[in-house]
Design a protein around this ligand. Structure first.
Ligand code: OAD
Length: 238
């Protein structure tokens, strides 16, 4: 596969690498993606649940969805795709992993520098005292859960219509614009501003490599498309 060899060459030669991951990298760990087959939960789309409006309307429903995802993720382990990214990080002097995933599987695999653009499903945020605290309880005994202060807690994730954690997008843009190789793995690239990092890296001169089981809106923008499962293709790039 000539494309694979080309991608491996670019990656081997690069000193600075940035990577953007999405739900597809965790698919082979058994975590459902948001779009495409299996993306619905009880007929609800992610866009209908992951919003401040949905939470204000029905916090219990939104928490039931996150509780369902937490139960699945708690049983999941990093796959060879997550592990390959750790090996790339070890080999490169300048490396940034940018993820849209909230599942914590990159941490569990051993990745060091991770920009979690969309937060962390294992954290909660108190709507009253504003505390941000870890919580790994699975299943949640009571929904919605509450903070020690008595206030209602929300998931520690970024919802549609909300800004990303302060400064994080800037850091991601800096990594994308200074990378010689930018890898885009397992994301439909449908959610902004995360998806904007792909053309951003390309315009700044990076070789952009996409790994996905399906073509995406970015496939025509990138320099090289590797079609297939991330857990199989990423180890072949090492
Ligand atoms: P999506 O569900 O939109 O896209 C997952 C992508 O992974 C699709 O393009 C699939 O083709 C691809 N895919 C599936 N299995 C794969 C595999 N084994 N190897 C490689 N690729 C595979 O997920 P994201 O792009 O991550 O945000 O979605 C972005 C954001 O939308 C999420 O962070 C979440 C969601 O709503 C919030 O909740 C705010």
């Amino acid at each position: 596969m000539a494309d694979l060899e080309q991608a491996r060459d670019w990656l081997t030669q690069a000193k600075s690498v940035a990577i953007l991951t999405g739900a597809g990298i965790s698919a082979e760990s058994g975590v459902p993606t948001f779009r495409g087959a299996g993306g619905l939960w009880k007929d609800h789309k992610a866009e209908d649940l992951a919003t401040p409006e949905a939470f204000a309307r029905d916090p219990r429903l939104v928490w039931e969805w996150y509780n369902w995802r937490r139960e699945i993720i708690a049983k999941a382990a990093p796959n060879p795709g997550h592990k390959a990214l750790v090996q790339i990080e070890i080999r490169k002097p300048r490396f940034t992993l940018i993820t849209q995933n909230v599942d914590g599987l990159h941490d569990m695999a051993g990745s060091g520098k991770i920009l979690k653009l969309h937060g962390d499903i294992w954290r909660m945020h108190c709507l009253d005292c504003k505390a941000n605290f870890p919580n790994r309880r699975v299943p949640l005994p009571k929904m919605p859960p509450h903070c020690a202060c008595g206030g209602m807690a929300r998931p520690g994730v970024v919802w549609f219509g909300e800004p990303l954690p302060e400064g994080m997008m800037k850091e991601a843009e800096h990594a994308a614009s200074s990378a010689e190789v930018f890898l885009v793995v397992g994301t439909s690239a449908a959610v902004y501003p995360a998806a904007s990092l792909v053309p951003y890296a390309k315009q700044a001169g990076a070789k952009v490599i996409e790994i996905n089981t399906e073509p995406t809106s970015m496939s025509k923008v990138v320099d090289c498309v590797l079609q297939g499962p991330a857990g199989e293709l990423l180890p072949k790039l090492l």
